[in-house]
Design a protein around this ligand. Structure first.
Ligand SMILES: NC(=O)c1ccc[n+]([C@@H]2O[C@H](COP(=O)([O-])OP(=O)(O)OC[C@H]3O[C@@H](n4cnc5c(N)ncnc54)[C@H](O)[C@@H]3O)[C@@H](O)[C@H]2O)c1
Length: 148
């Protein structure tokens, strides 16, 4: 089973983050620029929350507020739920499902080491399943060569 470490090795070290004192408007601009769905909110080098498109939809738009008047810290999801690099893909899926979240900041001790999304996990699962099917197909098609 893949771990968070192998996902991060594939996707690279980028971590898109924002300060809690930034405006929601600036956060939305960064989300659009990077074509992603969530930012880690970082204060003094520590992950203190996550700001996601869902936070914007529910806590800004539906609440009748505007992105220029609000700060990220007022609408971010906090405390932040994190995983470690040794967590398996399956464990991450469980955490995401039970907390209804789609992005997990990854910690190495207290240091922020990356971010995994639900898309990353689904891609890893699909690719593991494709490998398994390939191995089984090879085994079945080559089984006639083995003594009973
Ligand atoms: N996961 C992918 O590799 C990928 C890439 C492009 C588009 N998409 C599409 O985007 C939609 C949602 O995808 P998703 O669930 O992966 O979410 P997403 O769009 O937020 O994430 C896209 C990629 O950016 C990374 N990412 C997101 N926020 C980050 C952050 N703050 N710092 C560093 N990296 C960050 C994710 O780990 C993922 O690799 C889906 O429709 C998917 O098909 C996914």
């Amino acid at each position: 089973m893949d771990t968070v470490r192998s996902i991060l090795a594939n996707k690279g070290p980028a971590i898109w983050s924002i300060a809690p004192e930034a405006s929601v408007y600036d956060a939305l601009q960064l989300l659009a620029e990077k074509d992603i769905g969530a930012l880690v909110v970082v204060s003094e080098g520590r992950a203190v929350g996550v700001f996601s498109e869902r936070d914007y939809a529910r806590k800004v738009i539906l609440a009748g507020r505007t992105s220029r008047e609000l700060l990220v810290r007022e609408v971010m999801t906090s405390p932040v739920i994190t995983v470690a690099q040794d967590h398996s893909v399956e464990e991450c899926m469980r955490v995401m499902t039970s907390h209804h979240i789609r992005h997990l900041p990854v910690l190495d001790g207290t240091r922020l080491a990356g971010v995994v999304s639900i898309g990353d996990l689904v891609n890893a699962i699909i690719s593991t399943q494709a490998d398994t099917i390939q191995h089984l197909s090879n085994y079945i098609s080559g089984s006639g060569n083995y003594p009973a």
